[in-house]
Design a protein around this ligand. Structure first.
Ligand code: ADP
Length: 795
């Protein structure tokens, strides 16, 4: 293989280094094989001792890899190949191992997981699919257990079932954890919402290997995890703004980016809004909610497409995983976007809830001390992995040479021509008995293609969002003689397609792409389903100038090709377009789609920076509060001084009513002794009086609770409540802010700059609000002791 960037030779250099370590691993093979089971198991104890005595994981690698490799052989009957050991070394070094489908990534991971678990902190294998996490843990678990380490899967078997907190504590104590990015993210957030130390369960984030790392970190980068909580007051703005948007005209009243990733009102659109809602100026503080709802409705109607971004399923708007086409049950778009979609689709609006916690996968995984990844297709995005995560991609050679044939693309003028030609191709292959996997770009296309096949009398299975349950089973069947499977982009990713009897002689699995996908990586992923472990196979893509990626990212002039054509299926075999320029055009369109994807991930990342910093500070403070058992992390008197000071700065002079109000709202709602207020004449006096009253209230609680420890618990509960309430409001604010600034494009401002600026302002306000709340909750709450428990009622 030639590589114009010289990356290949760099890869060879890296491989040579890795091969030197491999050699050392191989040197221990005979020794490990000579040990009895007990002696082999005892290696774990010896390794741990050596770590305690100052050796490093790198020092131990050759022996530890050799030991677990031998255990793999004894327990699973599989001895990791040399290339798998090389992959394992890459993973241990915190990089990405590119290993093709079927090369045995699951087994590869046993080596670095075992080695790193020896250090005593839990290590994780993260996939993007619960089924795989459970399966891999079942299959690989016995090896670790044999070697004296524990394994767990904190993933629920069924979508609706929640894992209990006590179970979670046990799960996260295991040496090796198989989980999904979703479960891990939710658990991380959930762990930071608990209200006492003994409910915390999360382990330190030390080492994770991410399976299909490109799917997890790149494809899912745009969907942050969100935990929603307390419902907000439902507004009828969703329906109203949706009606308003329907009156607008694209390019006159609003404009979209070329790739439809952003939309904003034009000056005319703003005027229309002001007319529609009878307002002078929509961009005022009072109309913040309205503007936000307009933006949400506009996005719902222009950027989000039914059956591509979401589906309407049993009367509900359900998100679709773009790459797999899977329905994402239980996941919702945050900050009202979901409700806006519901208004667009005219289904019942679900409760609009506050976002209580949220995190992106990028930021979740950046918190690990060491991160590694595996994928069949990561090299094409290496620069992004290096820049964002500091991980390079090492291409591991396949165990057996690949003999798959990747045929050149055929480009057609328009969609009907392409469909005709690809269908004809599928028919011919199918007639020979060779199994065919037809890869389509959308759920719509899967249905259309299915209809065409049906018309031809070709039996087939369809794998799209609507029948994900059977996914793994169907993918397994896809390699049998005569099988035809229509699947959306990466449905069933991670499940191997094994060839049935006699299929190799027929030429193996044929993968027919019916369009080039929005990312080169996805194309490679699809081709990779064929020709595993030295099997024969063939792949070919059919493309038209009317395909999504060309229309969105290609030059304008191609329109004339497909607009002139007939928009129905041709009667005789259409001719493919001749000339390299068409192939180049498609390649360039895909490149541009890839770079847009990358840019928008970068934007998401930039937007998320503020929230990430704030979240880290807050979670740390929260933990400090939660974990300390004897001393409060804050000084109550100082807090009271600050709150009182802020109150005193509000006015020049204070009436008795002003002071009364403050006391009733913040210190003591039974306060009646107004005479005493006559004695405070200066601001200084007033300040001292208020602080003293606060401390008296606190002392009263101490008297009720009788013992210091209980008093301490009470204070902790009150402070935590103050922090959490403000933080939840803050997250919700930041989400709203993001939508609001996105709509400010027309005003020629830089939305990211504005966002960070306002995020910082609101953060400072939040800090003040937390202290206000602390004072109120400590002073105004009612506290009682019941047996050994402290019961607190908040105002
Ligand atoms: P990948 O995730 O890389 O696509 P899998 O982990 O699903 O591949 O493994 C593919 C198949 O190869 C599995 O059936 C596995 O049991 C088998 N396999 C992997 N490594 C070995 C090995 N060293 N010896 C024998 N079989 C292996």
């Amino acid at each position: 293989m030639k590589n114009p960037n010289g990356l290949f030779s760099l890869n060879r250099l890296r491989l040579n280094r890795i091969k030197r370590i491999l050699k050392q691993v191989n040197q221990f093979a005979d020794y490990m094989a000579s040990l009895s089971n007990e002696q082999l198991q005892h290696q774990t104890v010896l390794f741990k001792e050596r770590l305690v005595n100052g050796e490093t994981l790198d020092d131990l690698l050759p022996e530890a890899f050799a030991a677990i490799r031998e255990a793999d052989k004894r327990i699973l009957g599989m001895f990791p190949y040399d290339v798998q050991v090389m992959g394992g070394i890459v993973l241990h070094q915190g990089n990405i191992a590119e290993m093709k489908t079927g090369e045995g990534k699951t087994l590869t991971a046993t080596m670095p997981l075992y080695l790193n678990a020896l250090a005593g902190k839990p290590v994780m294998l993260v996939t993007n699919n619960g089924y795989l996490a459970l399966r891999d843990k079942e299959e690989m678990g016995p090896v670790y257990e044999f070697m004296g380490l524990s394994v767990s899967t904190p993933v629920s078997k069924d979508d609706d079932e929640m894992v209990k907190a006590t179970e979670k504590q046990a799960f996260y104590k295991a040496d090796i954890i198989y989980t999904t990015n979703g479960s891990l993210g939710f658990d991380y957030l959930g762990d930071n919402l608990v209200d006492s130390k003994n409910k915390k369960y999360m382990c330190p984030l030390s080492y994770a290997i991410i399976d299909e790392i490109d799917a997890v970190l790149l494809d899912s980068a745009q969907t942050p995890l969100v935990i929603s909580g307390s419902p907000k007051v439902q507004s009828n703005l969703y329906t109203m703004t949706n009606e308003f948007i329907l009156t607008l005209v694209e390019n006159e009243d609003y404009k979209c980016d070329e790739d439809r990733s952003n939309v904003w009102l034009t000056r005319k659109g703003i005027q229309e809004a002001e007319k529609f809602f009878g307002l002078k100026n929509i961009y005022t503080k009072e109309n913040f909610q309205l503007v936000r709802n307009i933006v949400l409705a506009l996005r719902a109607n222009t950027l989000l497409e039914r059956d591509e971004d979401y589906a309407v399923w049993k009367g509900k708007v359900t998100l679709l995983d773009k790459t797999t086409g899977r329905l994402l049950h239980g996941m919702k778009l945050g900050s009202g976007q979901h409700q806006a979609l519901e208004a667009k689709e005219r289904v019942e609006l679900s409760a609009d809830t506050k976002t209580m916690a949220s995190i992106t996968f990028q930021n979740l995984f950046k918190m690990f001390d060491k991160l590694a990844g595996m994928s069949g297709t990561a090299k094409v995005d290496e620069s992004e992995f290096i820049e964002t995560y500091g991980m390079s991609v090492v291409v591991i050679p396949t165990n057996r040479k690949s003999i798959r044939k990747d045929l050149p693309d055929s480009v057609y003028r328009n969609l009907p021509d392409k469909l005709y030609a690809s269908l004809d191709y599928v028919k011919k292959i199918h007639a020979t008995g060779q199994p065919v996997l037809v890869a389509v770009g959308s759920v719509d296309m899967s249905e259309l293609y299915s209809e065409l096949l049906l018309r031809e009398g070709i039996p087939h299975s369809v794998l799209n969002a609507y029948n994900a349950a059977k996914e793994a089973l169907m993918i397994k069947e896809a390699g049998q003689i005569g099988a035809v499977t229509v699947a959306t982009a990466m449905a069933g990713r991670g499940t191997d397609i094994k060839l049935g009897e006699g299929v190799a002689q027929l030429g193996g699995l044929a993968v027919i792409g019916t369009e080039r996908m929005s990312s080169k990586r996805t194309d490679l992923q699809l081709r990779g389903r064929s020709g595993r472990q030295g099997d024969p196979g063939v792949t070919k893509f059919f493309v038209s100038l009317e395909d999504d990626v060309v229309v969105k990212y290609g030059p304008k002039w191609v329109e004339k090709y497909y607009l002139e054509g007939e928009q129905k299926l041709p009667v005789k075999m259409p001719k493919a377009l001749k000339g390299f320029k068409f192939i180049r055009l498609v390649n360039e369109a895909q490149l541009s789609s890839d770079s847009k994807g990358r840019a928008s991930r970068e934007t998401t990342q930039q937007f998320d920076e503020s929230i990430q910093i704030q979240r880290q500070i807050l979670y740390r403070a929260r933990d400090e509060l939660l974990l300390k058992d004897d001393k409060l992390a804050v000084n109550l008197k100082e807090i009271a001084q600050e709150v009182v000071q802020r109150f005193l700065q509000q006015y020049e002079t204070y009436t008795k009513e002003d002071i009364m109000r403050f006391i009733l709202d913040n210190i003591n709602y039974r306060f009646t002794d107004t005479d005493v207020l006559d004695k405070v004449t200066s601001k200084d006096d007033l300040g001292n009086f208020l602080i003293k009253s606060f401390l008296t209230e606190i002392a009263r609680k101490r008297a009720v609770l009788k013992d210091d420890h209980k008093f301490f618990i009470f204070q902790k509960i009150a402070i935590l409540k103050a922090v959490d309430e403000c933080w939840i409001d803050q997250i919700d604010n930041l989400q709203l802010l993001k939508t609001a600034v996105a709509g400010r494009r027309s005003a020629q401002k830089n939305p990211i700059y504005e966002y960070h600026h306002e995020a910082l302002l609101t953060y400072r306000l939040m800090q003040e609000a937390i202290k206000d709340n602390m004072m109120r909750y400590l002073a105004l709450s009612y506290v009682r002791q019941e047996d050994d428990d402290v019961i607190v009622y908040f105002p």
